[in-house]
Design a binder for this molecule. Sequence first.
Ligand SMILES: Cc1cc2nc3c(=O)[nH]c(=O)nc-3n(C[C@H](O)[C@H](O)[C@H](O)COP(=O)(O)O)c2cc1C
Ligand code: SF4
Ligand code: SF4
Ligand code: SF4
Ligand code: FES
Length: 595
Amino acid sequence: MIRSHVMVCGGTGCTSSGSEAIIRELEKNLSKAGISDEVKIVKTGCFGLCALGPIMIVYPEGTFYSMVKVEDVPEIVTEHLLKGRVVTRLVYEETIHGDEIVSLEETGFYKKQKRVALRNCGLINPEDINEYIAFDGYQALAKVLTEMSPDDVIDVMKASGLRGRGGAGFPTGMKWSFAKASVNDQKYVCCNADEGDPGAFMDRSILEGDPHALIEAMCIAGYAIGATKGFVYVRAEYPIAVHRLEIAVGQAKEMGLLGENILDSGFSFDLELRLGAGAFVCGEETALMTSIEGHRGEPRPRPPFPAVKGLFGKPTVLNNVETYANIPQIILKGADWFSSIGTEKSKGTKVFALGGKITNTGLVEVPMGTTLREIVEEIGGGIPGGKKFKSAQTGGPSGGCIPASHMDIEIDYDNLLAIGSMMGSGGLIVMDETTCMVDIAKFFLEFTVDESCGKCTPCRIGTKRLYEMLDKISKGKGTMSDLDKMEELCYHIKENSLCGLGQTAANPVLSTLRFFRDEYIAHVQDKRCPAGVCKDLLSYLIIPEKCRGCTACARVCPTGAISGSVKQVHLIDQAKCIKCGACMEKCRFDAIIKQ
Ligand SMILES: Cc1cc2nc3c(=O)[nH]c(=O)nc-3n(C[C@H](O)[C@H](O)[C@H](O)COP(=O)(O)O)c2cc1C
Ligand code: SF4
Ligand code: SF4
Ligand code: SF4
Ligand code: FES
């Protein structure tokens, strides 16, 4: 009989920090202790706190061990699994309250979260269909096929208020109803698992932790619109996700949950995977379908919309992974349940990849309407090193930067748009006072310039010119009229580009110009970078009164820019200095400053 379950995270984050080796060591030690048949190891998907990986949770107690090393495993087996004594030194410190170890749900990171799309991630073995079924898996599909008409399904989707989680937030039920209304001999259901936004890994985690949820939802979509074939377009750079999806599709087919005559209902639906080569623009829906068709992934004008003329010219529904992950729950628990979560116009939850200058980096799922402050301060645990919050960037390259004065914004589609940002797919990058907003705008523009497919001029040339202007400003060579020209160019690119990439490319520039204009002005007028980031505008200087002449700085300087003998004040030759900062890091007497 199994008395303990040891869940070890097998998500990309924990796998790269060594969770596979932990599993092998666990197997070895359990066998040595003779308890292999009493303790079951489950390799799961992501728990969310990836920065603390490799992560292990022992049930039924729910003890959360973080940063587990292979050397720790024998102790966990002998102490915890054999003698029932928790290895306190490895327990996630937030779960330790005095003498008591509380459950994860009571920690700052999890307390305000609500897991709908991520509900099974970290709870089940994604490579075993039976575990998904044990958590109500494929029940929604069974309900749809036996109790509901396609119109019933679409009505529930509409009533739930679910909007697409891939970026634009289009109502899912409405999209499905358009595709259902298109009459054709063949229709398709597609999943956008391309996830090209820098810093985003929500979709990857769902695919890795709960691939059957996607398969089940796509079958439901197929039934609702009258499609018999689906494609998942997934990044080739997500090998674990691809592997688990392949396993899941194979298992679903074997059990008769995919393929011909599903559950004897007369409905047939088949699914294929297509690997994307990592071009950001292939996430754009028309480019994605062109890529599945075997052509170069370039966007094409809409209308016609995919619901009318999509993949291979047939009516197609395309949704994002997280959008799909919500669907089985909506069918099972009802539209009212789903629409009771969130804000008036943005229902349900949203998964964010929380990153940047924040204590708890990782994956969080919160009800729409949660404030930015709650996410940063409570769930994220605030900014490390006592630094001040400066801005949060949402929506990746299509989004914008939210300043501290808007910390209490309730995050939903419309509120973010109103302040010039975007939900996007859910990247949320926190920045502190050491971040330069001109540099951030430049970073995103560089990404867009690289990723523009080049089909239309405003995007191909406009983003390049915009990047050059930002570069000029960051080097202290900009003028005040450049700021106005830049703004004008932003609107021109926005209004004249063919696809969403160009239409949103200027957002990071516009939002930083709007909220951090003084920082641009400091670069232009004072030739100064207030955050001390733009290299051309700063110098490293030695404060003579503080220098002890220890020579440490001179020894690390890669260009020999520092001179001075032992116990004498040192000096930096500005002409030779490449501003790498190595000397400042090395000086133990705080004698070097950057200004
Ligand atoms: C340049 C560009 C990249 C995009 N990348 C993605 C992506 O990686 N994943 C995604 O789901 N949607 C992406 N989208 C949005 C899709 O085009 C589409 O709106 C979405 O997949 C529809 O699904 P939804 O209604 O469920 O959000 C991108 C859009 C643009 C313009
Ligand atoms: S807007 Fe940019 S990415 Fe989109 S079609 Fe035009 S050039 Fe290509
Ligand atoms: S490391 Fe600091 S104290 Fe030592 S020589 Fe350099 S500036 Fe002076
Ligand atoms: S910043 Fe780098 S190059 Fe410049 S003086 Fe210091 S170590 Fe040398
Ligand atoms: S990958 Fe392990 S917690 Fe995220």
